[in-house]
Design a protein around this ligand. Structure first.
Ligand SMILES: NC(=O)c1ccc[n+]([C@@H]2O[C@H](COP(=O)([O-])OP(=O)(O)OC[C@H]3O[C@@H](n4cnc5c(N)ncnc54)[C@H](O)[C@@H]3O)[C@@H](O)[C@H]2O)c1
Ligand SMILES: O=C(O)C[C@H](O)C(=O)O
Length: 350
């Protein structure tokens, strides 16, 4: 049983994520922190008779919120409005993530840090470089960007399509959408064309009607825009993101508790490949894009809340189309990573 801190707990994602994590059997203390006092959320949640004890912190109490935390989840930051890209959020959210990671370096340097704030592609490098700059040793094995929402979308959209089209020749009449992670995964980054859905059971692609596969890919890549548009200026995905973050945090907590997970070895996260076991192998498989693929979302194998190794076997299963999509993603990802690193390591060049 461990302490988990949520930074940005008063927000659109923070509140439902706090509710879901309050129900976790693996959390003894759940610390809610925000610049907007989450006291009301905390009192409300504290009436639920689940195991986790709720603590509430705001403003200059970041250190108290973080002390003793084994896992820190960061949904702090501004969301998009229609017409904005995730990159447009960089300046404000990079400053927020830097401040929070300086606090993590001081109060819980060994914690696993899970970044939700956008743009994930650039803010994971911001988080890692901030920790390094503040003398945290080997943070690369425990700083991850949460890309699970892309998986959740891919599983939902493919499952819906297969059920609607009555594609039943793989053994079951109705696809269970909760089991779709065996059939599809998502690698790359977390924005538009850097999001690369990979259908693991290739015959499914050939069973789809002409145009449907492309529509599926596009919807996963731009699912975030769909929500931003529908919310008409009131922000971006919150409930589906809280669900996705809870799913990923649960995998991390199970690895600490040595509990089995349903998707062991198939849990993609956006990480710095270059310094992790299995990372060089992944980079080699990426071939021409090697120099560009410093960070990527790939399945990670976790142990004790940390990345034990990268599992790059999915890269052996790519179709020509999926390989092309990854090739398109790599230069954009490299730019995103450069921007994040420069913000911390060489701000004069911004
Ligand atoms: N990774 C993903 O798949 C994914 C999905 C959806 C949204 N997001 C991103 O998550 C972020 C949050 O989205 P939201 O809808 O919850 O936004 P929101 O505005 O509803 O909530 C953000 C919260 O962060 C708080 N905050 C701001 N600065 C802070 C600081 N320095 N310390 C602590 N808290 C601070 C705000 O007070 C607010 O309560 C956005 O950047 C959004 O783009 C990522
Ligand atoms: O689209 C956004 O800005 C939020 C998030 O990254 C998403 O994919 O829903």
């Amino acid at each position: 049983m461990v302490k988990v801190a949520i930074l940005g707990a008063s927000g659109g994602i923070g509140q439902p994520l706090s509710l879901l994590l309050k129900l976790s059997p693996y959390i003894s203390k759940l610390a809610l922190y925000d610049v907007r006092d989450p006291a009301g959320v905390a009192v409300d949640l504290s009436h639920i008779n689940s195991v986790a004890e709720i603590e509430s912190y705001h403003g200059d109490q970041l250190g108290d919120a973080l002390r003793g935390a084994r896992v820190v989840v960061i949904p702090a930051g501004v969301p998009r409005k229609p017409g904005m890209s995730r990159d447009d959020l960089f300046n404000i959210n990079a400053g927020i993530v830097r401040t929070l990671c300086e606090g993590i370096a001081r109060s819980c340097p060994n914690a696993t840090v899970l970044v939700i704030s956008n743009p994930v592609n650039s803010l994971v490098p911001v988080a890692l470089e901030t920790l390094r700059k503040n003398n945290v040793q080997n943070p690369e094995n425990r700083v991850m960007g949460i890309t699970t929402l892309d998986m959740v979308r891919a599983e939902t959209f493919l499952g819906d399509y297969l059920n609607k089209a009555r594609v039943s020749s793989v053994g079951s009449k109705q696809f269970d959408k909760r089991r779709m992670h065996k059939l599809v995964t998502v690698i790359g980054g977390h924005s538009g064309h850097t999001i690369v859905p990979v259908v693991l059971l290739k015959p499914l692609v050939y069973m789809m009607k002409p145009g449907e596969y492309d529509r599926f890919l596009n919807r996963v890549q731009f699912g975030g825009d769909e929500v931003v548009k529908a919310k008409q200026g009131q922000g971006s995905a919150t409930y589906s993101m809280a669900f996705a973050a809870h799913r990923f945090v649960d995998v991390v907590l199970r690895s600490i508790q040595r509990m089995p997970t349903d998707d062991a070895g198939f849990t993609p996260a956006y990480v710095q490949l270059s310094q992790l076991p299995g990372g060089a192998e992944a980079q080699n498989k990426l071939g021409a894009g090697k120099a560009a693929a410093e960070y990527l979302s790939l399945p990670v194998v976790l142990r004790d809340g940390r990345i034990e190794r990268i599992d790059s076997s999915v890269l052996d299963q790519l179709s020509v189309k999926e390989r092309e999509m990854l090739k398109t993603a790599l230069p954009e990802l490299a730019d995103n990573v450069r921007r994040g690193k420069r913000f911390i390591c060489n701000p004069a060049k911004l």
